[in-house]
Design a protein around this ligand. Structure first.
Ligand SMILES: Nc1ncnc2c1ncn2[C@@H]1O[C@H](COP(=O)(O)OP(=O)(O)OP(=O)(O)O)[C@@H](O)[C@H]1O
Ligand SMILES: [Mg+2]
Length: 226
């Protein structure tokens, strides 16, 4: 039987813009995210992928509808509770890698653990482990400027998953990479799903990524199409 970690029900998101008109960025979206699987949200530029993933991951609130995670509607929680939830149980990877330039790969990942309040005495072991998981044990003491784009993105992924979140959201994590590095990142996601039982939701508009997903949802003009 399928087990869902997160369900979005009747999600609408309107944006009011400067001239007083309204953009209906999401229109009555229903999706279920299966636990321990890789789900892809695809669609053209402007179709609503970022708007949707931000709502699923509690970075934004819908205009109406609910997002059920851990048995409760997280759209109704206070900002503080949502921040806590995000920090402890979720993780985000973005298109442009936001590593701290003055810190090494190791220090960037350790910083993530500090934010997640990961036990101090377990951090060293955990950073070493997760850097090996993403295939960067030999790059731990490099600064971002001393790594390739793909290595930087894998460092960002290591930082995102170091605290062992249940649910990882990645918004176009491969958009700035060449094809080979992009495939490496997606293969890494597949491994994390298969070996660590992680649940990953990622957006992309790259058709070559679809084969590796367990489930693909296609967005068109703010709606899910089959
Ligand atoms: N803050 C905002 N204010 C007004 N309109 C917005 C806002 N954010 C997004 N939109 C509109 O909502 C629609 C969906 O945007 P979204 O960023 O979710 O698209 P996307 O699928 O992620 O596109 P891309 O592939 O280019 O990243 C677009 O028409 C966009 O112009
Ligand atoms: Mg986007």
């Amino acid at each position: 039987m399928k087990e869902y970690i997160l369900s979005a029900q009747n999600i609408c998101r309107d944006f009011k813009i400067g001239d007083g008109s309204t953009v209906h960025a999401l229109k009555n979206i229903n999706i279920d995210i299966e636990k321990g699987k890789l789900t892809i949200l695809r669609g053209r530029s402007g179709s609503g992928k970022t708007t949707l993933i931000n709502i699923l991951g509690a970075l934004d609130r819908p205009t109406s509808g609910s997002v059920v995670f851990g048995g409760r509607d997280i759209t109704k929680l206070s900002d503080k509770k949502r921040d806590d939830l995000r920090r402890s149980e979720m993780a985000f990877v973005f298109q442009s890698v936001a590593l701290m330039s003055g810190l090494t790969a190791y220090e960037n990942v350790e910083f993530g653990l500090r934010l997640a309040k990961y036990p101090y005495d377990k951090r060293k072991e955990r950073v070493t482990r997760v850097m090996a998981d993403v295939g960067l044990e030999k790059r731990m003491h490099h600064r971002p400027s001393e790594m390739s784009g793909g290595e930087q993105q894998r460092t960002a992924i290591a930082r995102a998953i170091a605290h062992e979140p249940e649910l990882v959201f990645a918004d176009e994590p491969t958009a700035e990479l060449d094809t080979a590095s992009a495939l490496n990142v997606v293969r890494l996601f597949k491994e994390l799903v298969a070996q660590r039982g992680m649940t990953i939701v990622m957006t992309t508009h790259d058709p070559s990524m679809m084969d590796i997903a367990d489930r693909v949802y296609t967005l068109e003009d703010g709606e899910i199409v089959e």
